[in-house]
Design a protein around this ligand. Structure first.
Ligand code: ADP
Length: 438
């Protein structure tokens, strides 16, 4: 059922978060109509909330000179712009719908697997992960590919338009963003454009701008990535997914490149955990704390490592939120045992043990999390509050995650997808966070 058969030329992946409530008993009954209902409600809600903005953002990216051009446009040119906008809106909604449907397919499969506690063979997992590694999927000239292509490969998406729906094939009139797209699109571009000189002129105006925007940033790749035997370039290519303001001087140490939460996921968690006072128990370089500072009154950011805290503070400054965060160097276990602070929410994002966590078929959250197993860790957090967000590996054993719920209560499991790729699971516990099922 998993489908990686997607069409997109955007280098900024979209977040899809699907969530489901579970009883503490771990029992769940996915009715046959479950998927249909989720698909309808989730898509309508998503498109109502974000559709217009997505259309606008992509439009202005493709047509950076639009605002000026429309002011000077003749009546005929305005009509052409209008036609172009309508095509754009219909293209984009089809593309987003397609990606959304694939993410939902993956969600269904991931959920069923997680609930069954499926024991996948390591070989199978290895095959599924192959596309995540540049060195295996790229030819030797990979460095010459531009960032956008690399990002698509990392996400497991094709770098050229290959979607099978007639709708999208038919709609590939827009200017291709890279060479591999242009090859493909050349077949489907028909001569209508030539017959409409004004529309053509409107379209060609964007070509130059788009090409001009490409930059060569290679000199700024951290040394440890360039020098490493295994190319770690994939983390560099994801830098704007991690911090949209990366270029303004974000600081990350090598460890944090692997573990920092992508910004869109952190923003979603912060929306979900909005409150007066939140404790971010393992704050690292600040990816989550920065987003919490935007939705919460006060953030207590704890880390055992002073160097990490210094970077978190610096990064928070770049986002203009450092004044809302208290940075505390401490072992969270000691902090929880001794503080009289009673925050509204505790967010746990403990070490997963580096990228090797993915080598396990079913990540054992009792054996492999640091500094303690999940059950003990959440007990420490519950000394401060019952309302807890727990950021966990995407291959976590779901039965163990559900077992952290208080008897008779529910937990909410949120699956965070960037486009179709499951990034991580966030589990929510506690009366104030969970709205019980009726
Ligand atoms: P991962 O294994 O997911 O890569 P990290 O090793 O980056 O995670 O750990 C996340 C953060 O947790 C790090 O910044 C680390 O310093 C911090 N950390 C580890 N142990 C503790 C602890 N006992 N108390 C507070 N922070 C801790």
């Amino acid at each position: 059922m998993n489908s990686h058969y997607l069409s997109t030329s955007r280098n900024n992946p979209q977040l899809y978060a699907f969530s489901q409530l579970f009883e503490s008993s771990g029992y769940v009954d996915l009715q046959p109509e479950w998927k249909e209902q989720v698909q309808q409600t989730a898509w309508l809600e998503f498109w109502r909330r974000e559709g217009h903005e997505l259309l606008e953002v992509n439009w202005h990216r493709q047509h950076p000179d639009y605002k000026l051009a429309i002011e000077l446009a003749s009546v005929e040119e305005r009509a052409s712009w209008q036609q172009l906008w309508e095509e754009h809106a219909s293209d984009q909604s089809a593309v987003f719908w397609h990606i959304f449907s694939c993410a939902l397919d993956n969600y269904e499969q991931d959920l069923i697997n997680g609930l069954r506690g499926v024991e996948q063979s390591l070989k199978e997992i290895d095959e599924n992960l192959t596309h995540l590694y540049i060195e295996r999927s790229e030819s030797s000239d990979s460095e010459s590919l531009d960032d956008e292509q690399q990002q698509l490969r990392l996400l497991g998406l094709p770098t050229s338009f290959g979607v099978q729906t007639e709708r999208i094939k038919h709609k590939s009139k827009r200017q291709p963003a890279n060479e591999s797209e242009s090859e493909c699109d050349a077949n489907s571009l028909n001569m209508d454009n030539d017959n409409n000189e004004i529309l053509h002129a409107v379209q060609t105006r964007t070509i130059k701008k788009t090409k001009d925007k490409k930059k060569n940033n290679k000199s700024r790749i951290p040394h440890f990535m360039r020098d490493n035997e295994k190319p770690l370039l994939k983390y560099w290519l994801k830098r704007f997914s991690l911090f949209s303001r990366f270029d303004q001087g974000i600081q990350l140490d090598p460890e944090s490149w692997y573990s920092v939460t992508p910004e869109k996921v952190a923003r979603q968690t912060a929306r979900r955990l909005a409150c007066d006072v939140i404790v971010d128990a393992f704050c690292g370089c600040g990816g989550n704390a920065i987003q919490f500072a935007k939705t919460c009154g006060r953030v207590i950011a704890i880390d055992i490592d002073a160097g990490k805290l210094a970077m978190a503070k610096h990064n928070a400054g770049i986002y203009g939120v450092a004044h809302k965060i208290d940075f505390i160097q401490a072992d969270f276990l000691q902090f929880a045992s001794s503080t009289s602070l009673r925050p509204d929410v505790v967010f746990l994002s403990p070490p997963w043990g580096g990228p090797d966590y993915l080598k396990q078929a079913n990540f054992d959250i009792e054996q492999c999390l640091l500094p303690l197993g999940a059950k003990q860790l959440i007990q420490y957090a519950r000394r401060l509050t019952n309302n807890i967000g727990f950021f966990l590996p995407r291959n976590s054993n779901l039965k163990q995650v559900i077992a952290l719920t208080h008897p008779g209560q529910q937990c909410e499991m949120e699956y965070n997808y960037l486009n179709v790729r499951l990034v991580a699971i966030t589990a929510y516990y506690g009366d104030s966070l969970i709205i019980p099922k009726k």
